[in-house]
Ligand binder design. Structure first.
Ligand code: SF4
Length: 198
């Protein structure tokens, strides 16, 4: 979603080291407990709102999160691609300087340069070969953790195998179970859209 003014996306360098961020990942991985919590939150708008507010504070401070609710961090070296002024989720634009500076904010490093550096630090370079699904703008402001725990963003990106030159269709989770259509958990079970985030 394009935004301007003080709300415009700006590249952010994560405050959490790549090693620590990858380490924390296993503590928030979906399990029965988290799924139960997430299901309860969806049924309780006020609790959902408080939970989402906490998530917003934590992730904004640590990663410059903009609450797109379809979190790409685990496969972008924990550098948020939504801080890119063009909000590119599949790599940098052509305007990155040879030194790695953002075209729009030359004083900042391109989020994708940061993503590559951090993925390399964590030994996760192959993550950057994945193809990301377009953002569902109806989800903005919602909890990405709840979406993650409930499996609503299971098909946010393809496997890294696309580098082998396979066609994007059929093998790609994006197209095999297209989340753009009705069968997407995101779309099939709109979680009380009017409630928690309004
Ligand atoms: S939820 Fe979206 S905006 Fe927030 S950190 Fe993840 S990718 Fe960035």
């Amino acid at each position: 979603m394009y935004r301007s003014g003080s709300d415009a996306p700006r590249p952010t360098v994560p405050r959490l080291s790549a090693r620590r961020a990858y380490g924390i990942q296993r503590w928030v991985a979906p399990n029965r407990f988290y799924r139960a919590v997430a299901r309860r939150l969806v049924r309780m708008p006020l609790a959902y709102r408080w939970f989402t507010a906490g998530e917003r504070i934590a992730k904004q401070r640590l990663f410059g999160c903009r609450m797109c609710a379809q979190c790409a961090l685990p496969v972008t070296g924990y550098a948020c691609p939504m801080g890119c002024p063009k909000q590119l989720r599949n790599g940098p634009c052509g305007g990155v300087s040879p030194a790695g500076a953002c075209e729009v904010y030359p004083e900042m490093r391109c989020v994708w340069v940061v993503a590559v550096e951090r993925a390399q630090q964590g030994g996760h370079e192959s993550d950057l070969l994945r193809l990301h699904r377009p953002v569902d703008h109806r989800e903005w402001g919602r909890s990405s953790w709840v979406n993650y725990w409930l499996g609503r963003d299971d098909n946010l990106w393809t496997s890294a195998d696309l580098r082998a030159g396979q066609p994007i269709h059929a093998e790609s989770p994006i197209h095999a179970e297209s989340p753009i259509h009705a069968e997407s958990p995101i779309h099939a079970e709109p979680p009380n859209r009017a409630g928690p985030v309004s």
